[in-house]
Design a protein around this ligand. Structure first.
Ligand code: GDP
Length: 440
C-alpha cells in the first residue's frame, strides 16, 4: 500500500542527510520533493501546497535537537502533519440509538455491500451487538443475494422484501423488524450508481429522512484518487455524512484519497477495507496510517524519545566546555547517563534506519558501559576533572580498583583523548555531537 509515496517521501529526506542544520534552503529543497511525492500520489495541488507550507513553518521554528539530525527531525514533522491531514486522533461511531441505525452510502462498486457485512461482523464480535442487515439495493438483485451470502457467513440475519422496488420501505421495515426481534443494530446497505446522479441522491436522502440514522457512513474506493474526493463532496452536500470508509486499501492505491478526503469534506475516515474477506476491516488510526505511509515510524519514536530526554541546556554547556578543551570524565559520565536514559541501547540503535538489521546479531545492551563506568568511578575527583594527571602509577591503581587491566584503562584514556579532539573539532564547526566511542 502506498509504496510509491513511501519511496518518494523517503528520498526527499535524503536531501537533508549530512546537513547539520535546518535552513531555508535545504528545507525548501526537501519540501519541494515532498510536495511532488504528494502530487504523484494524486493529492490535490492546494492540499499538497498547504501541507508543505505548514511543515516548513514548523521546521523553521524548530529548535533542532542536538541528538537528532535534520533529516530525522523532518521525518517527524512530516509524519505529524500527515496524521493531522488524515484527521488527528481516531474517532468512533455513534451506537447510541435503540436500535442504532447505520446508513451506508456510496457509488456502485465502491464496496458498500462488502463493507456492510464487515461492519456487522466487526460490531457483533467487538461490541457484542446483535445486528440486522437491510438489503436496500433494489436495482441490483445480485446485491441482495450477495448480502444474504455474507450474512450467512458471519451468522447475521438479512432483511429484505422480495420483489420490492421501494428502498425507503425496506429501510423503515427493517428498523421495525429489529425493534420487534430485539436486535440492537440495523445496517442499511443502499443502491449505488456508476456516477453521482440526482435520482440516487434523492433516494438516499429520502431513506435518511425516513429512518433518521445515528450514523451515516460514506464508502469510497481508494483506488479512484481525486475522483473519490469529488464524489465524497457530492454525497456530503446531500447527506452531511458522519464518516468515510476507504475500501481496497490493500490494492495498488496511490494514497491520494486517503490523504485528501478529510480536508475536503472535513469528515473523519473511520474504517478502511483491506481485502474482500469479512475480517479484512481496520478501524482507521491516522497516526498509524502516517507511520505506514512513511515506513519510518521508528525514526518518529526515536525523535520523540530524544525530545523527551535530552536536556538542551546541558548540551549547550557541554558544547562550551568542548570548545575550551575542558571536557572531562565527569562530563563523559553525564553523557553516558543521557544515552542510558534514552532506553535500551539495542532498541535505540534499532530505531535508526539501516541500523536495525546491522544490530540484530550484535549483542549491545546497557552493560556496554559497565566497564567504562567502573574505570571512571575508580578515579579520584581530581583525576576525573583533569585527565592529564593520569600517569602510570595512577593508571595501575585505577585498573586494580575497577577490576580491569592497565591495558583497558589505557585504551579508554586513548579513546577519550581522541574523542575529545574530534568533538572539539565538530563543535567548533557548530556541528552536532558525534557518537561516543564505546570502550570496554
Ligand atoms: P457495492 O456495489 O458498493 O456494494 O460494492 P461490493 O461490495 O459489491 O464490492 C465491489 C467489489 O469490490 C467486490 O468484488 C468486492 O469483493 C470488492 N471489494 C470490496 N471491498 C474491498 C476491499 O477492501 N479490498 C478489496 N481488494 N476488494 C474489495
Amino acid at each position: 500500500m502506498f509504496e510509491n509515496l513511501t519511496e518518494k517521501l523517503e528520498s526527499s529526506f535524503k536531501i537533508l542527510k549530512g546537513s547539520h542544520k535546518i535552513t531555508e534552503i535545504n528545507i525548501a529543497e526537501s519540501l519541494k520533493d515532498v510536495r511532488r511525492a504528494l502530487l504523484d500520489a494524486d493529492v490535490n495541488f492546494k492540499i499538497a501546497k498547504d501541507f508543505t507550507d505548514r511543515v516548513k513553518e514548523k521546521a523553521l521554528g524548530q529548535d533542532v535537537l542536538k541528538a537528532v539530525n535534520p533529516g530525522q527531525m523532518m521525518v517527524k514533522l512530516v509524519h505529524d502533519e500527515l496524521a493531522e491531514l488524515m484527521g488527528g486522533s481516531a474517532e468512533g461511531i455513534n451506537l447510541s440509538g435503540k436500535p442504532s441505525v447505520i446508513l451506508i452510502a456510496g457509488l456502485q462498486g465502491s464496496g458498500k455491500t462488502t463493507f456492510s457485512g464487515k461492519l456487522a461482523n466487526h460490531l457483533k464480535r467487538k461490541k457484542g451487538k446483535f445486528p440486522l442487515l437491510a438489503a436496500g439495493d433494489v436495482y441490483r438483485p445480485a446485491a441482495i443475494d450477495q448480502l444474504k451470502i455474507l450474512g450467512e457467513q458471519i451468522n447475521v440475519p438479512v432483511y429484505t422484501i422480495e420483489g420490492s422496488k421501494d428502498p425507503v420501505n425496506i429501510a423503515t421495515s427493517a428498523v421495525e423488524e429489529a425493534e420487534q426481534k430485539g436486535q440492537d443494530l440495523v445496517i442499511i446497505d443502499t443502491a449505488g450508481r456508476l456516477a453521482v446522479d440526482e435520482q440516487m441522491m434523492n433516494e438516499i436522502a429520502a431513506i435518511k429522512k425516513a429512518v433518521n440514522p445515528d450514523e451515516i457512513l460514506f464508502v469510497v474506493d481508494s483506488m479512484t484518487g481525486q475522483d473519490a474526493v469529488n464524489t465524497a463532496k457530492a454525497f456530503n452536500d446531500v447527506l452531511n455524512f458522519d464518516g468515510v470508509v476507504l475500501t481496497k486499501l490493500d490494492g495498488d492505491t496511490r494514497g491520494g484519497a486517503a490523504l485528501s478526503i478529510r480536508s475536503v469534506v472535513n469528515k473523519p475516515i473511520k474504517f478502511v477495507g483491506m481485502g474482500e474477506k469479512m475480517d479484512a476491516l481496520d478501524v482507521f488510526h491516522p497516526e498509524r496510517m502516517a507511520d505506514r505511509i512513511l515506513g519510518m515510524g521508528d525514526i518518529v519514536s526515536f525523535v520523540e524519545k530524544a525530545q523527551e530526554q535530552f536536556d538542551e541546556e546541558e548540551a549547550r554547556k557541554l558544547q562550551k566546555k568542548l570548545v575550551k578543551d575542558q571536557f572531562n570524565f565527569n562530563d563523559f559520565l553525564k553523557q553516558i547517563n543521557q544515552i542510558k536514559k534514552m532506553g535500551n541501547m539495542k532498541d535505540l540503535m534499532g530505531m535508526i534506519p539501516g541500523m536495525g538489521k546491522a544490530m540484530k546479531d550484535v549483542d549491545i545492551d546497557d552493560d556496554a558501559f559497565k566497564g567504562v563506568e567502573a574505570i571512571i568511578y575508580s578515579m579520584t575527583p581530581e583525576e576525573r576533572e583533569k585527565p592529564s594527571i593520569l600517569n602510570g602509577s595512577r593508571r595501575k591503581r585505577i585498573a586494580k580498583g575497577s577490576g580491569s587491566s592497565t591495558a583497558d584503562v589505557n585504551r579508554l584514556l586513548k579513546q577519550f583523548d581522541e574523542m575529545r579532539k574530534m568533538m572539539k573539532m565538530v563543535s567548533k564547526n557548530g556541528g552536532k555531537l558525534p557518537k561516543m566511542p564505546m570502550g570496554g
